[in-house]
Ligand binder design. Sequence first.
Ligand SMILES: [Zn+2]
Length: 158
Amino acid sequence: MARLPGSWENIQGLPATAYICGFCGLNVSSERGWQVNHNPVFNRIRICPDCNRPSFFEAGDKQIPGVAYGRPVPNVPADLATLYDEARKSTAAGAHTAAVLACRKILMHIAVDHGAKPGMSFIEYVEHLVNNGFVPPKGKAGLTTSGRKETKRTTKSS
Ligand SMILES: [Zn+2]
């Protein structure tokens, strides 16, 4: 990620704290930012020393933006990379159902790329991937059970 140009005004010194930046994904230590003292809790905004972007820490632990699950995967087709990035960003925002749905869509794209017909159901795409050797022998359960649980919860609440 390119460094945000410029410098922050009236920035303060803070006790150094290590964290993973929700913008650039690097493990950094920041001692620059601002704080609100609401004794005994400090709410702080820290500036990432690498990408120069601010992260908000409420009560010392809740971080906004959050840290995306996983890591970028190189050499992935652009449409899948976009979906994967969307799923990762959803985890960072606490939108785990959206992350599951994005990952299911990734599986559907992969199945179609490997010969499945468009318009099939999700379970048919999983069966296609399993039957054609794209899923390890014990991997099918993980593809279907957690996704179904998330979908049922989503369906009931909407
Ligand atoms: Zn950063």
